[in-house]
Ligand binder design. Structure first.
Ligand code: GLC
Length: 653
């Protein structure tokens, strides 16, 4: 939009840009800057307009965007333009992602490069390589305590190796996702070291206080994120003799976004990694970006303004790059990280669907889909040009962040139900075969979360110990069922490395004092490639899981109705053990509809097809399952779904 105040500021900025920037051909950059500048100016002004140096900081901001644009390679720029003209590219059903630690998966970046054929064999075409930058030697919070935003840990690789990997992935048609940990740095980052040494400029990069007055006020309303290992939200720094805000671990210092220099530095980091070939940038812990006394310091309006500003600026320099919001917060809050607009994502195009993930585990434990159905229904429809990242497991814990009202509507008491779920997954509930560990138990509030690998939580660990083929088979079915759900829900399915071969929890973290207090390390394994080879051995657990997933992934890619156009209709069923929805492609509805049906129970369940109003419309004639090719058993128009099985049903064509 054209608006006079911002436009005259833009003119002044352009006059004052550094000569080396002015000399460049910035045609495309200026077109986009012009288009976005009104928004950039108003957001930057709402955040920092009261400062005397506002204009100076505005010039700095534009200089950073221009400098990174000049460095962007011709290839990436061409890709930006392609994506501009094909803006819905990321909503396609053809994307299937996997998150992995480069060292855990394949030793280092070169290893990941040489394992690309393995990923392609499975059908994965989007990689999220978890943080691999320099961290403190001791505790690193799984790579999320970053000491240098531009330097890769030499044990994992070099920048050149990452560029080679990115290039090889581009040739293979695979996307690369990298993290930018925007909320904090480690206490060994150069900024933190300078702050510690008394440099006021860098002390302003963080929240630093001489005494407990302000920290105590904050603490009144701030929850604790890691109550066991890092209680409270502030840490006393001996050297500086001051308190520092550390919402996560004591060695992770929160960045102060009320300082425009912090915003500009972090935007620069985002653009730097975009220029290294990241197609997607995962913005870590975005709910925490703004701190305000008297609040939980999560999901504040300004956190959203910061993300909108990051998006608007990134669109000028590297418009083909997408953002993932990592905001593991209440269901109604998560959706806001797409940005509040009618159609397009104004903040992040992609967000973790933490609600769906937790609901799936609820269905596993309760063997019914009551809360799953209610929880999905309570999620507002997302924007048209935004999508979910649907996942079963990741490197973090499982938080039980459902809405209490949904829990009650499903017939449970919220506190008791959450307790049941934790007990179930740590194997303390009678009859449970799950083998997880509690995480983040908070004695004051009674809250707890759950750690453990997918296979161990789904009962494979205990099944293998029992040696009973039937029980092993049940665990394999559950693993496939959960993946069947994320592959058909709508959005990008995100697999987690190791899950494709049923990797059990890794308890070696207990031997390392820097990890022992954090049970999330049990789900950050080192891949055993000998075990992975067993995927070729017919009948092995590895083969059944790997091939099952491979088949589903291949089927998904060929089902246009699985693209994400808000084209999912949940179906009300009398049978609580079943979940069912209809996926329909907006353009070719009748021919392409797919009925997704999943049974979360240990017994066969049936679905009365004749009660479905779609039956005559979309699901005529003989139905067949798109991922196995089977024709499921029907009895008097009742569809029988075996225990822990799911179907993607469509008409025979
Ligand atoms: C994100 C990461 C998690 C980390 C936290 C703090 O939630 O996924 O692993 O502990 O941010 O950086």
């Amino acid at each position: 939009m054209y608006e006079q105040v911002s436009h005259s500021l833009l003119n002044e900025i352009l006059d004052e840009l550094k000569p080396e920037i002015r000399r460049q051909d910035l045609r495309h950059f200026y077109t986009r800057l012009g288009a976005n500048f009104y928004a950039i100016h108003s957001l930057f002004h709402s955040l920092y307009g009261a400062r005397e140096d506002f204009k100076e900081k505005s010039i700095k901001l534009v200089e950073v965007m221009a400098a990174r644009y000049i460095e962007r390679s011709a290839e990436l720029e061409a890709q930006d333009k392609d994506r501009e003209s094909n803006h819905n590219w990321f909503l396609s059903q053809e994307w299937v992602a996997m998150a992995l630690y480069a060292d855990g998966f394949a030793g280092n970046l070169d290893g990941v490069c040489s394992r690309a054929p393995y990923l392609q064999e499975l059908g994965v075409n989007m990689l999220h390589i978890m943080p691999m930058l320099v961290c403190p030697e001791k505790a690193s919070d799984g790579g999320y305590a970053i000491s240098d935003f531009r330097r890769i840990d030499p044990r994992v690789g070099t920048l050149e190796q990452l560029q080679t990997l990115a290039e090889s992935m581009r040739k293979r048609g695979m996307l690369l996702t990298l993290d930018v940990v925007v909320n904090h740095t480690s206490d060994e980052h150069e900024w933190a070291r300078k702050a510690r040494a008394g440099d006021r400029k860098y002390q302003d990069y963080y929240y630093i206080f001489p005494n407990r007055d302000i920290p105590d006020m904050f603490e009144e309303t701030m929850p604790e994120i890691f109550p066991e290992t890092s209680p409270g939200n502030f840490t006393w720094d001996e050297e500086m003799q001051q308190w520092v805000m550390t919402v996560f671990n004591s060695f992770q210092w929160d960045l102060n976004y009320s300082n425009p220099d912090v915003f500009i530095e972090m935007l620069d980091v985002i653009l730097f990694w975009s220029n290294q070939g990241a197609d997607i940038v995962r913005l870590d812990a975005v709910a925490f970006l703004w701190k305000k006394i008297g609040t939980t310091c999560q999901n504040e309006r300004e956190a959203h303004l910061i993300l909108q500003l990051m998006k608007d600026c990134c669109q000028v320099t590297a418009p083909g790059v997408l953002f993932i919001a990592e905001a593991i917060v209440a269901p109604l809050e998560i959706i806001k990280y797409f940005g509040e607009d009618a159609v397009i994502a104004k903040e992040c195009e992609i967000a973790y669907n933490a609600t769906f993930m937790a609901l799936l585990w609820d269905a596993m434990a309760t063997r019914n889909a009551r809360l799953l159905n209610l929880g999905i229904r309570s999620l507002p429809n997302k924007l048209d040009r935004a999508t979910w990242l649907n996942y079963v497991r990741c490197h973090d814990d499982i938080g039980l962040g459902f809405d209490d009202r949904d829990i009650m509507a499903a017939g449970y008491e919220p506190h008791a139900h959450r307790r049941f779920l934790v007990d179930y997954f740590i194997g303390e509930y009678e009859g449970s075969d799950a083998r997880g560990q509690p995480f983040g138990r908070n004695e004051k509030t009674g809250d707890a979360r759950i750690s453990g690998s997918l296979a161990s939580l789904a009962g494979l660990e205990s099944a293998l110990e029992s040696g009973d083929p039937k029980i092993i088979d049940r665990a394999v079915q559950r693993i496939l069922l959960l993946h069947g759900m994320i592959l058909s829900f709508g959005g990008i399915p995100l697999l987690y490395y190791g899950d494709e071969i049923g990797t059990l929890s890794d308890c070696s973290y207990l031997e390392d004092p820097n990890k022992a207090g954090d049970s999330r390390w049990m789900n950050r394994p080192r891949i055993d490639w000998e075990k992975a080879e067993l995927r070729h051995q017919h009948g092995s657990v590895e083969q059944r899981i790997f091939d099952g997933l491979k088949r589903m992934i291949a089927a998904r890619k060929g089902i246009p109705a699985f693209a994400d156009f808000n084209n999912r209709e949940l179906i009300d069923l009398e049978n609580p053990h079943l979940f069912a929805c209809l996926r329909t492609h907006p353009e070719h509805q009748q021919s392409s509809s797919v009925l997704v049906v999943a049974n979360f129970d240990a017994n066969p369940q049936y679905l009365e097809l004749s009660n479905l109003r779609y039956r005559s419309l979309y699901l005529r004639g003989t139905l067949h399952d798109l991922h196995t090719g089977e024709i499921p058993r029907l009895f008097n128009d009742r569809l029988v779904v075996p225990p822990y099985r799911f179907y993607w049903l469509s008409n025979m064509r």
